[in-house]
Design a binder for this molecule. Structure first.
Ligand code: ADP
Length: 447
């Protein structure tokens, strides 16, 4: 469809024509596919215009047409050849404009024109040229009813409109009620949740109090244990040292000669007492560390000197030719730490590495990582299964079946080393693969 497609034109002369035109308008609107409400709107708008026009003692020509309007189609009704001026009509028809999508009043060469438009819905049946022809034929055959008929129709429409309003009002009331109900529900839920939250909070607070109490008890128990260990080990040290001294004296050349068997037994006593002393010393160290009784003496530690010392004191332990023992020149010259404690940790790790490495290499290096320093003790020894990486830091834990190639162990070295690492403000971790070797890394702040 390109231009306007006229459907019907009729003249408006006498008062009865108002009813007629109203009927026709509704008919046309229905035929082109407007919905019932829209049919009533356009019919009412046109009858209002007609009423005003006839009231002004002028007659007019009314044309119904449909025409494209952008992407949609509109039903356009024009009332033409009016002798009333546009200004007056506009003033009188202001209220009518609300019933249609568009209404204009213009003065033209053939008199004043009022035209109105109502947009057809996109879902309405398509108006093909054949369909338009059919509508035209139908309209021209249309015989309008009497004014009474039209009045009846109007009444019917009014009843329908009233029913619709009532239905809407009922729906609104129902919605309001539902809303109120929902609000009540929400409030109840809110109260319930608040109460539950309060209850939970009370529970959490009580739980925390209990937790605090428990951790205090735990701290007290741990302290008691450390104190006990420290005291016992301290008390044990003197007699064990005495046993070692006495057994050494017994076996001395200057003492009375012993039988071979006696000498063997005295050696056994001395060996056992010596193991016991190691254990007692280790226990004492660990107990002191755990009781927080180790106060580091902070100072600038010369790593070159320390590494030299470690190289010297530990070389005698590296007795196997199959194992290379290397303490690299330190890549970091010094750090701020406690020299004695740091040396204890490194010596401990190196001794372990030498103890569990049959061939390959044991190496100590140091590197700077950001503001920290990492000491790395690596070996190509037996290695430790991943699930035991944390267990070896437990007191007395020794990997089952692991055999030290030299010296005995107490299972206290690594827990002690980790404690010292913590006291020095750092951490100790292990990375190890069974059969390939282990790497113990001590990370400390450099200043
Ligand atoms: P120990 O006195 O037995 O050496 P530690 O606490 O120092 O006690 O070590 C605990 C256990 O961890 C050792 O008994 C050993 O089984 C294992 N372990 C420690 N270091 C190494 C290592 N470098 N290679 C293999 N196993 C190790």
């Amino acid at each position: 469809m390109t231009g306007p497609q006229p459907l019907l034109t009729m003249r408006l002369r006498v008062a009865q024509d108002v009813f007629l035109i109203r009927q026709l308008a509704r008919e046309v609107a229905r035929e082109v596919g407007l919905e019932q409400q829209d049919q009533t709107r356009i019919a009412t708008a046109l009858s209002e215009v007609s009423r005003v026009v006839l009231g002004g003692y002028t007659d007019a020509e009314v044309t119904f047409a449909i025409r494209p309007d952008g992407v949609s189609t509109i039903l356009r009704v024009s009332v033409e050849r009016l002798t009333l001026g546009a200004a007056r009509l506009r003033a009188e028809l202001g209220h009518v404009g609300r019933l249609v999508d568009k209404m204009e009043v213009e003065d033209g060469e053939t008199g004043t024109v009022v035209w109105m438009a109502r947009r057809l819905s996109a879902s309405a049946p398509r108006l093909t040229p054949e369909r338009l022809e059919e509508i035209r034929a139908g309209l021209s055959a249309h015989v309008p009813g009497s004014p009474l008929d039209e009045l009846n129709v109007q009444n019917q429409q009014l009843v329908t409109a009233l029913n619709e309003v009532r239905a809407q009002r009922d729906e609104l009331a129902r919605l309001n009620e539902e809303l109120e109900e929902t609000n009540r529900g929400v409030m109840a839920l809110y109260h319930q949740l608040s109460e539950e939250l309060e209850e939970t909070n009370r529970g959490v607070v009580a739980l925390y109090a209990e937790l605090d109490e428990k951790s205090e008890q735990l701290a007290a128990a741990s302290e008691a244990k450390s104190r006990f260990l420290a005291n016992v080990s301290h008390e044990l040290r003197a007699p064990v040292t005495a046993i070692i001294g006495l057994s050494r004296l017994l076996g001395d050349e200057s003492s009375d000669p012993l039988t071979t068997e006696q000498r063997r037994q005295v050696e056994l006593i001395r060996g056992s007492a010596s193991d016991l002393l190691t254990l007692v010393n280790d226990l004492l160290d660990l107990a002191k560390a755990e009781a927080g009784r180790i106060e580091p003496t902070w100072g600038q530690v010369d790593l070159k000197a320390m590494f030299g010392q470690l190289r010297g004191t530990l070389r005698p332990l590296a007795t196997r030719d199959e194992v290379t023992f290397s303490v690299d020149e330190p890549a970091v010259s010094s750090i701020r730490s406690d020299e004695v404690l740091l040396a204890r940790v490194l010596r401990n790790l190196l001794t372990n590495a030498l103890k569990f490495t049959a061939e390959g290499e044991v190496r100590l290096t140091v590197r700077a990582i950001g503001d920290d320093v990492e000491f790395v003790v690596s070996d190509t020894g037996s290695g430790i299964a991943p699930e035991l990486h944390e267990r070896i830091f437990e007191e007395f834990y020794q990997v089952p079946g692991s055999k030290a190639l030299s010296g005995k162990g107490t299972g206290l070295g690594l827990p002690y080393a980790r404690r010292l690492a913590g006291i020095l403000g750092g951490a100790l971790r292990v990375d190890s693969t069974p059969g390939e070797g282990s790497t113990f890394t001590l990370r400390l702040p450099s200043s």
